[in-house]
Design a protein around this ligand. Structure first.
Ligand code: ADP
Ligand code: MG
Length: 236
């Protein structure tokens, strides 16, 4: 399998007192956290606890009410940051009337991917994106759409990969492929931040864990790791 050359080393991404208010809703409050290259951080928390808000603030698709994110000098400009970030959000960000392949070709051009056809085929193989890629995206199942969204997010070999509930809609084989992809991106030195409710998936990839409750970061005891431990007798 051919992989892209490793990107220039990325400095850690560090959030400092990151706060996002929507009117009176406290989506995220005084969030402090640091994300190292080559580390996979899993973010967990109930619905509405601020997980997607955190990803949006890190991707700079939303502005903090207060606090800031430090990215390192080479990612200081908005253009450089955009080129460094790969994201799968709740919305797949695919054009429904274009085919999967047309979507990938379009994004490859936007990101100036050097050998787009080769890269697209590499990613199709990684995520098992078969002949359906030649049909319009509006005809896809949730899982098919999610796999093309993952290809789209990885096209430009991003140094910061933000995945919001990436296993949604994926079958067992596709989750395994995603685990393999996370491992490859980790070896490449990417910073990876994954929001997931899938405990088995989290257990297989997490180097670090963050738990949010009502917008606040709470401490996770790594010894008990309560939210993620498989039930006794269940193998992940
Ligand atoms: P999670 O991803 O953990 O489910 P979110 O980060 O999406 O949570 O949301 C955190 C809180 O902020 C929720 O109460 C949500 O309703 C609120 N929120 C998120 N986005 C907006 C928005 N654009 N306008 C108003 N409230 C929002
Ligand atoms: Mg969310």
């Amino acid at each position: 399998m051919t992989e892209r050359p490793a990107p220039t080393p990325t400095p850690p991404v560090r959030a400092e007192k990151l706060t996002k208010l929507y009117g009176t809703t406290r989506a995220l409050l005084d969030f402090d956290g640091s994300f190292a290259p080559g580390a996979v951080t899993v973010v967990e928390g109930p619905n509405g606890s601020g997980k997607s808000t955190l990803l949006a603030l890190l991707a700079q698709t939303a502005r903090p009410t207060s606090g800031q994110v430090h990215y390192g000098a080479e990612l200081a400009s908005p253009t450089a940051l955009r080129a460094a970030v790969g994201m799968v959000a709740h919305d797949a960000m695919l054009y429904p009337d274009l085919t999967g392949l047309e979507n990938l070709a379009l994004y490859a051009e936007l990101y100036s991917v050097p050998t787009p056809q080769q890269r697209i085929e590499e990613l199709r193989a990684r995520f098992g994106v078969g002949g359906f890629a030649e049909r319009p995206v509006r005809t896809y199942s949730r899982g098919q759409q999610q796999r093309v969204a993952l290809c789209r997010a990885l096209l430009h070999a991003p140094s910061i990969l933000l995945l919001d509930e990436p296993t949604n809609g994926l079958d067992t084989d596709s989750v395994k492929r995603l685990v393999d992809a996370v491992v490859v991106e980790r070896a490449r030195g990417a910073i990876q931040i994954l929001v997931t409710h899938d405990r088995a998936f989290a257990d297989r990839v997490a180097d670090a864990r963050i738990a949010l409750r009502a917008g606040r970061r709470i401490t996770v005891d790594p010894a008990s790791s309560a939210p993620y431990r498989a039930e006794p007798g269940v193998t992940a």
